[in-house]
Design a protein around this ligand. Sequence first.
Ligand code: NAD
Ligand code: MG
Length: 393
Amino acid sequence: MKGICVLGATGSIGVSTLDVVARHPDLYKVVALTANSNIDVLYAQCLQHRPEYAVVVDESKSAVFKDKLKNTVIAGIKVLSGKQALEQVATLDAVDSVMAAIVGAAGLLPSLAAAKAGKTVLLANKEALVMSGDIFMQAVSESGAQLLPIDSEHNAIFQCMPTNYKAGVSEKQVRRILLTASGGPFRQMPIELMAQVTPEQAVAHPNWDMGKKISVDSATMMNKGLEMIEACLLFAMEPDQIQVVIHPQSVIHSMVDYVDGTVLAQLGNPDMRIPIAHALAWPERFESGAKPLNIFAVGRMDFEEPNLERFPCLRLAYKAIAVGGIMPTVLNAANEIAVESFLGGQIRFTDIPVVIETCMDKFDATSADTLDIILAVDQQARVASQKIIAGLR
Ligand code: NAD
Ligand code: MG
């Protein structure tokens, strides 16, 4: 019986994780669940999964949550609040596996704490890895933590790697990775109309049902840019070994091209419970609840090269990793601020890459040797992006 802590339990990945966990009560016990502020969903999850701990990061909501629990069957759950509580529950002795499913930079410290504590880290929170890069991978290798990718593409790549492959290790038999992308909702929209795209249109992904931030990232293809950086780190590869492939059907979740010419692909329905179940059961397999793939209903599969003029965010991600050092941290922070402003109606869809590139230009390529440097650069890039946005309006 393994103990699991789900960071970001109330989000799209968190909910899918608990759906899979509930199918295997003999294998997993929920030790801790965390939410930022969605106490209604957290309450229902606590009733169903009976964790020992529940974290409500937003201190103004945690008092309400504690009140809600009083005189109920789940009054015994320990309720913690504040950011530090995330690190506390991610490193509990009773926790074997940590699902890192907080969105954005807010997930870095707890995910890193889990890695340093040698937990099995199921990593969905790609922003944490992109912003901290080598520091994160070093923490994993020093502690001996097992890092299992949840992002569907990286999970697919991991599944296509040789047996016993460990994340972060360079695999000489692999020539390249073909990182698939759906191309998002605007793959075929005339480029000149993209400035008018609304947040509602941008979050409506054709194949996947996800949180708002990653949905906008998919529409700009910054998601694929972050994933390209994530792939370089997880599989110890150079950016030019990662080929982004637009595959609108989202059935192949990525491919690994070996030196002998063999290309291995992982296929399945676009359902995040598949990579989640893979990582939870690893190195075994168990039921995920996903429907079996109907290959006849898929019928055909298409592949295209991405157009960097349509998707400048992808170009910016390649630029950030080429510069290296702090630049991926800057890219990620500027993107988080730009996406938030777009969702808030302050900037246009096409302003997102403008904000990011302007912000990147303000930073010199310095090395990102310590966590303190990364956290400071993250803050500076957020402030710089806010100023750029204020200038655009
Ligand atoms: P979401 O917006 O649905 O959920 C985010 C979760 O993080 C929520 O539980 C929320 O309470 C928590 N959270 C948000 N801000 C927080 C803060 N400041 N402090 C603490 N907790 C906070 O997001 P999601 O779609 O589930 O995505 C989560 C992560 O997984 C992201 O990094 C995303 O890129 C990655 N991912 C998601 C999918 C998907 O299908 N949804 C696929 C691949 C990767
Ligand atoms: Mg993905």
